[in-house]
Design a protein around this ligand. Structure first.
Ligand SMILES: [Zn+2]
Length: 252
């Protein structure tokens, strides 16, 4: 995931093993993403997530090609909308977390593209919705793994919209505005998820990030991902990092 970044930071997805030279945290012992070993996960009961009212309504977002990915933030506040209106609490995480951005990671073809893997299995893309606790500065990320569907009626329309819009942003700093509904992008409630503590998956790769990775996959058409691969960037994901004895929980 990326919290805040600029394209003039000197890193790229061509050489992620070079990141620790410039970003110390990237060589830490609690890095993300990871390959989740399902046989070793620990069952845990979590209270439900509680989302703010605006989480369920259409809001205007601004998509930016920042040179590493296409991140969507809430558009300018002239509409009377504010990140303060998009928050969640619960889900076993202490405090109130406010929306920061959402974005997608993808690969050159369907064989790879996700950041997290499950039992060594890679997915063609992975969405991140990033939230931040303004009191503690802690980051929590919701992650969704994608599968490719050949049936148009199965495709998640909200993510199709993201791919259509992001696919137009061919150059760095290109932007476009678009309405999105976070609850349709996330569909987070009553779904099982993995939980572990890791890091940002982009420099500076800071640790202490609370990850929630849903087991249900999001179906998209290959054409949607092709728009990103062909028009924007060919691959935007960090390879998996060592688990180093961390426990991965799975919700009951
Ligand atoms: Zn990400």
């Amino acid at each position: 995931m990326a919290c805040v970044e600029k394209h003039d930071e000197h890193w790229s997805y061509n050489d992620p093993n070079q990141w620790p030279k410039f970003f110390l945290a990237a060589s830490g012992l609690s890095q993300s993403p990871i390959d989740i070993p399902t046989a070793d996960t620990v069952f845990q009961s979590y209270p439900p997530f509680i989302f703010s009212e605006k989480y369920h309504s259409n809001e205007l977002f601004k998509l930016v090609n920042n040179g590493h990915q296409v991140a969507a933030t809430l558009a300018d506040h002239t509409y009377g909308q504010s990140e303060k209106d998009l928050w969640f609490t619960g889900g076993g995480i202490k405090g109130v977390f406010y929306f920061v951005n959402f974005h997608l990671h993808w690969g050159k073809n369907d064989r790879h593209g996700s950041e997290h893997e499950i039992d060594g299995h890679r997915y063609p893309a992975e969405a991140h919705v990033v939230f931040k606790n303004h009191e503690t500065g802690q980051i929590a990320v919701f992650a969704f793994l994608f599968t490719v569907t050949n049936h148009w009626y199965e495709e998640n329309l909200e993510w199709e919209k993201y791919c259509d819009a992001a696919g137009q942003l061919m150059n760095i700093d290109d932007t476009i505005q678009c309405m999105f509904n976070l609850s349709r992008l996330m569909q987070a409630n009553e779904r099982r998820f993995f939980r572990y503590i890791g890091s940002l998956t982009t420099p500076p790769c800071s640790e202490g990030v609370i990850w929630t990775i849903f087991t249900n996959t999001v179906p998209v058409k290959e054409e949607s991902l092709n728009q990103l691969r062909q028009n924007v960037m060919r691959k935007v994901y960090r390879p998996v990092q060592p688990l180093n004895n961390r426990v991965v929980f799975i919700s009951n």
